[in-house]
Design a protein around this ligand. Structure first.
Ligand code: SF4
Length: 302
């Protein structure tokens, strides 16, 4: 198939971002309170570790995405700011500390992600499942969204986490099949699809979700194919956001998509049958996750 590589919109000079990617500096009492509770828990957040541009907005609404199993990853993806290093031993009290932070924050929806723990025999699946159970016990009204690594698509490990009963199983595809080996060399495009398909087949009523970054050099045709692959794997919820380079050591931004193009992508994805699509420059996998979940749950009940 002939691919049309879109003409890169010339990135602005130096490190300056286009006007639509500027955000106000975070301030406010709620944000400070969130920071305090998160710090007291001793659990890392991907908001901080990945230098997310939405931190001010999300934390002002008491929404943080917790990152369990430490803050050192066994993989090195070229888009991600989380550090790659020998991980620390798993802390058995982390599920209790996480559950307490969720309770103190009064969350109605929590997103839990984790570094990839390829060093552990169960890749962290058991610890992840324990976090889900602890939160269920202490905050029964809170919706739980998990965003784990791929567990190498091992059936028995996926079962451990799915059987803990999260409300949403999120696993990001991140980029297209062609760019995958370059951007996330230790992951596999097809394996990600296998994970998502496995979860949906195992528990059809569980929402599945996946996210893509744009601006890494993909074509629109490739993006269409990727979205179609995700839909074919049974994915219900799709997020699409602009890739931003965390540092000079990471993959460069090839193109900044204007907001109108994100709207076009959303329209295309909705036509493919996703139950929910969030597409915009600042959309991240966990951005507005509570609102997205509540909207699709209402849709299902109607
Ligand atoms: S979008 Fe997600 S990672 Fe970013 S600040 Fe919000 S909750 Fe944290």
């Amino acid at each position: 198939m002939q691919l049309t590589i879109l003409e890169p919109a010339r990135p602005p000079e130096g490190r300056r971002l286009p006007a639509w990617l500027k955000r106000p500096l975070p301030t406010g009492d709620v944000l400070l309170q969130t920071r305090k509770i998160v710090a007291a828990s001793g659990v890392a957040t991907v908001c901080e570790e990945a230098q997310c541009p939405n931190l001010g907005e999300c934390w002002s609404h008491r929404h943080a995405t917790f990152m369990i199993l430490g803050d050192r990853c066994t993989r090195r993806c070229h888009f991600c700011a989380v550090s790659t290093a020998r991980p620390e031993p798993v802390k058995p009290d982390e599920p209790a500390r996480l559950a307490e932070a969720v309770r103190r924050l009064g969350l109605r929806h929590v997103v839990i992600t984790a570094v990839a723990r390829d060093d552990l025999p169960d890749e962290g699946a058991g610890h992840f499942a324990e976090c889900v159970r602890r939160i269920r016990d202490t905050s029964p009204e809170c919706a739980i969204e998990v965003l784990p690594a791929d567990f190498h698509a091992r059936d028995e490990l996926l079962a451990v986490l799915v059987d803990a009963g999260p409300d949403i199983y999120n696993h990001n595809q991140e980029t297209t099949e062609r760019l995958s080996p370059k951007i996330r060399p230790q992951a596999r495009y097809r394996r990600t699809l296998d994970v998502l398909r496995n979860v949906k087949e195992r528990r059809p009523a569980m929402w599945t979700k996946s996210g893509l970054m744009v601006g890494l050099g993909e074509s629109r045709e490739e993006l269409t194919t990727t979205m179609r692959d995700l839909r074919s794997a049974g994915v219900d919820i799709l997020t699409v956001g602009q890739y931003l380079r965390p540092s000079e050591d990471h993959a460069p931004v090839e193109r900044y998509y204007p907001p109108s193009e994100f709207d076009d992508i959303a329209a295309e994805a909705r036509a493919m049958g996703f139950a929910s699509v969030a597409s915009g420059p600042f959309v991240r996998s966990s951005y507005n996750a509570a609102e997205v979940y509540e909207a699709i749950s209402r849709q299902r009940r109607a």
